[in-house]
Ligand binder design. Sequence first.
Ligand SMILES: [Zn+2]
Length: 286
Amino acid sequence: MPELPEVEALAGYLRERAAGRRVDRIEIAAISALKTYDPAPAAASGRTVTDARRHGKFLDVVLDGELHLVVHLARAGWLHYRESFPSAAPLRPGKGPIALRVRLDDGSGFDLTEAGTQKKLAAYLVTDPAQVPGVAKLGPDALAADLPTFAERIRSRRGQVKGVLTDQAVLAGVGNAYSDEILHAARLSPFALTDRLTDAQLAALHEATRRVLGDAVARSLGQKAAELKGEKRSGLTVHARAGLPCPVCGDTVREVSFADSSLQYCPTCQTGGKPLADRRLSRLVR
Ligand SMILES: [Zn+2]
């Protein structure tokens, strides 16, 4: 799932490649992906791409005349930039991976795609990004927040730190993968309770958040567009590495599974060497 670093890199790439180009047209292949009907996609035709921005995990393609194509890539969505398209024929609604296509005036453009059968990718054509409900409720950006803001936001929500850190209303941009990485870097149990974190632990969490996200943004920006793939993250220490050695201490990275997700952590680095067996047991080890 694309998180802050990947979306930041996509925005950077679009600024470089698409800004200044006029939209030829927007084609919708997955009707359910477009969550707005007014303005209609045709309203984008002829407008110039002026910028690309990121709001949390949302990508915002800015068109002149105050029009925004705002996209949430969800779990399996991605943006593929095309130097050209094989055919000028409009996309037809169907079952393929392409949800939406934006054609630009130089023949290039991009496809928003979504793998798998669960279709959650969401696109919005709006005159103000704040009209997108998910954008309106975003907390401060996780990468930009200073320590006082960060600490206030984390402490504003009582709960397990993994859940609070990934709550987009608390701080925007961190998802399942980078929260695993951040908590590992901060040497905190994913189940530590936010109202019991010391000032020193919060400072470590803030520092780890900025470092992990900052490093990941730098790595993502360094990739060529063709290699910009959300699913090919590099430099991870614990996320998606269950069973492999922790690069810091050599202990075996462990996993806790939930109904539709999982988290990975290192017992030695994060939980005093005690494995977190499940949510019930975890109360004993935080
Ligand atoms: Zn470790």
